[in-house]
Design a protein around this ligand. Structure first.
Ligand code: AMP
Length: 214
């Protein structure tokens, strides 16, 4: 049975977004990234975006109630399945998701934990480039765009996200350890956790993911 409802869990810079984009496209399931949703709301200047902006730029988590509503609206009743990228990030978010799935008679198929040492995460994030227009992510060293500074997908000028600045990154890693890492034991206890060594080349990680999803 191929997996249909999956969470990608792991620290910032672990490669969740990169792999979620590729896998979701190939499997025909949705890629639901709460970070992308929030960045779109900030860009559009919606009330939610205005509220979220300060938290995001400081590398803090946006309050649970905001993010839970935002995600649940876009989950709709799509039965194709999904990869959740960047959600849940706290125990209350995981509880809310569990309740929602139970109320719909659905179940999580798995939680994939992307494991990468801190030192590598900091190196990766500091060389990350993002497209402010379509959300594509590159890396100056390991995954550069074809034309320097320009998005391959949509041609926009690439930028360094404010929360990828060095001060914000170390704070985001602390926030991950304090608020998100407890979800590792939470999902392990439910027998859902699948660990992936994400400190390898993109192709090798993808092969593991393909085996897991098959
Ligand atoms: P990401 O692109 O997943 O690294 O998310 C960027 C930022 O958006 C995070 O640093 C948080 O400020 C915010 N964010 C994204 N997802 C969540 C979430 N599930 N809960 C709280 N804040 C979030």
């Amino acid at each position: 049975m191929s997996l249909k409802r999956v969470i990608f869990l792991g620290p910032p810079g672990a490669g969740k977004g990169t792999h979620a984009v590729g896998l979701a496209k190939d499997l025909g399931i949705a890629h639901l990234s709460t970070g992308d949703m929030l960045r779109a709301a900030v860009k559009a200047g919606t009330p939610l975006g205005q509220e979220a902006k300060g938290y995001m730029e400081a590398g803090k988590l946006v309050p649970d109630a905001l993010i839970i509503d935002l995600l649940f609206e876009s989950m709709g009743d799509d039965d194709r399945g999904w990869i959740l990228d960047g959600f849940p990030r706290t125990v209350p978010q995981a509880e809310a998701l569990g309740e929602r799935l139970a109320s719909e008679g659905q179940e999580l198929d798995g939680v994939i934990l992307f494991e990468v040492p801190d030192k590598v995460l900091i190196e990766r994030i500091s060389s990350r480039l993002s497209c402010p227009s379509c959300g594509a992510v590159y890396n100056r060293l390991t995954q550069p765009p074809e034309k320097e500074g320009i998005c391959d997908r949509c041609g926009a000028q690439l930028v360094t996200r404010k929360d990828d600045a060095p001060e914000a990154v170390s704070h985001r890693l602390e926030v991950y350890k304090e608020q998100t890492a407890p979800l590792i034991a939470w999902y392990a206890d439910q027998g859902k956790l699948i660990r992936v060594d994400a400190n390898r080349e993109i192709g090798a990680i993808r092969q593991d993911l393909d085996r897991i999803f098959a």
